[in-house]
Ligand binder design. Structure first.
Ligand SMILES: *Cc1c(COP(=O)(O)O)cnc(C)c1O
Length: 385
């Protein structure tokens, strides 16, 4: 359920949403309040503040701001993206309940559902989100929620939300979306029928490769329940992480806009490069989901992938020659990164199994940063020579 749209644009809200009014002599940047506990009123439980409750000054302002960016009532910040997913889902599911999840999800989330949740007595069925009729076929009387991620890692496929959101609304299920790859600049799932949005704030929201965090976004009443889980499982964020994240969020819009244009330019350049066999980017008309992406996304994103014509043997030489792109996992920050899913997210699969899901050896995932696009293209060009 999305809230009435704020009259201010996202780029303005990212700086000023939920900010306290400033008076003469106030610092322009709100300070870090690095205190775990707070003086309490005598004779009352009201106003009990504690860092593990995520109700201290640095975190409260940021939570309100993040809710505004997604057009939601409430948001809860947690210590990591995994903490956000775990607490969000444990609020919706009890032993005996059934979860329908996309099979194309972050590796940590996949293990959380199929190992931890199954161990707790929650039934989990994985569905290929590009076979939309499967959702209804796999639904049970005990199904409580559907979990999706889009765009999908690392192939950048974009999921069409219409069949899934129709199904969840007909059947009173919760639609939960991990929107880490899109960021609220490019896609706001609540506008497309989602009930809950999750981000690994570690990625685009912070955007500087230096903070671990997660956020759950939804109705106020739901967020209060997730907060109870977070308090008891001990997954709250630290004030310094919140302070850094607040700083990162200020530039979210300019960073992501730049990443969108950089990625589009690089993807187009790669399309004409002989040493590259295939380019995966939703902004290319050749991408299998280009129409869905054009209709639903405000930007095609900073994530793309390429397959080298020389296959697996060509990647090592190419990676060693890169000067600006850094060979590292994770994504969404200002530095351009490149990684090989066969050694990161998809190491547990055989080469053949990876190839079957569209990740042959020689497949490279690129997280485009905010450097100059010409410099990035020149770096790719010299490394491919
Ligand atoms: C990184 C990531 C996560 C996990 O987030 P952490 O902050 O590392 O715990 C979850 N989902 C997606 C899509 C991610 O990229």
């Amino acid at each position: 359920m999305s809230k009435k749209k704020d009259p201010l644009a996202l780029s303005t809200l990212a700086l000023h949403g939920a900010a306290d009014p400033r008076h003469a002599g106030d610092p322009v940047v709100p300070p870090i309040v690095q205190s775990v506990n707070y003086v309490q009123e005598i004779g009352s439980a009201d106003g009990l503040r504690y860092t593990r409750y995520a109700n201290t000054p640095n975190v409260e302002r940021l939570q309100k701001r993040l809710a505004m960016l997604e057009g939601a009532e409430g948001a809860l910040l947690l210590g990591s993206g995994m903490a956000a997913t775990a607490c969000a889902m444990l609020t919706l599911l009890r032993p005996g309940d059934h979860l329908l999840s996309s099979s194309l999800i972050y590796g940590g989330t996949h293990r959380l559902f199929t190992e931890e949740f199954v161990g707790l007595g929650i039934d989990v069925t994985l569905v290929n989100p590009f076979e939309p009729r499967e959702w209804r076929k796999k639904m049970r009387k005990t199904t409580r929620a559907i979990f999706l991620e889009s765009p999908v890692n690392p192939t950048t496929r974009v999921v069409d939300f219409r069949p899934v959101s129709a199904l969840t609304h007909e059947n009173g299920l919760a639609l939960v979306v991990d929107s880490t790859f899109a960021s609220p600049v490019n896609f706001r799932p609540l506008e497309h029928g989602a009930d809950v949005v999750i981000h690994s704030a570690t990625k685009y929201l912070n955007g500087h490769h230096d903070v671990l965090g997660g956020v759950v976004i939804g109705t106020d009443s739901y967020i209060q329940e997730v907060r109870q889980k977070m308090m008891l499982w001990g997954a709250a964020p630290d004030p310094f992480a919140c302070w850094l994240l607040e700083r990162g969020v200020k530039t979210l819009d300019v960073r992501v806009q730049r990443q969108n244009t950089n990625a589009q330019r690089i993807a187009e350049w790669c399309t004409g490069a002989k040493a590259i066999r295939k380019v995966h980017y939703p902004g290319l008309t050749t991408h299998p989901d280009h129409t869905v992406a054009a209709a639903t996304l405000d930007g095609y994103g900073g994530m793309m992938a390429i397959e080298l014509a020389g296959g697996a043997r060509a990647t090592e030489r190419f990676l060693k020659r890169l000067r600006i792109f850094t060979h590292a996992a994770s994504l969404g920050g200002v530095d351009s990164l490149v990684s090989e899913p066969r050694y990161t997210s998809h190491t547990h699969m055989t080469s053949e199994a990876r190839a079957r899901i569209g990740i042959p050896d020689g497949f490279l995932r690129i997280s485009v940063g905010i450097e100059d696009a010409d410099d990035l293209i020149a770096d790719l060009e010299q490394a491919l020579k």
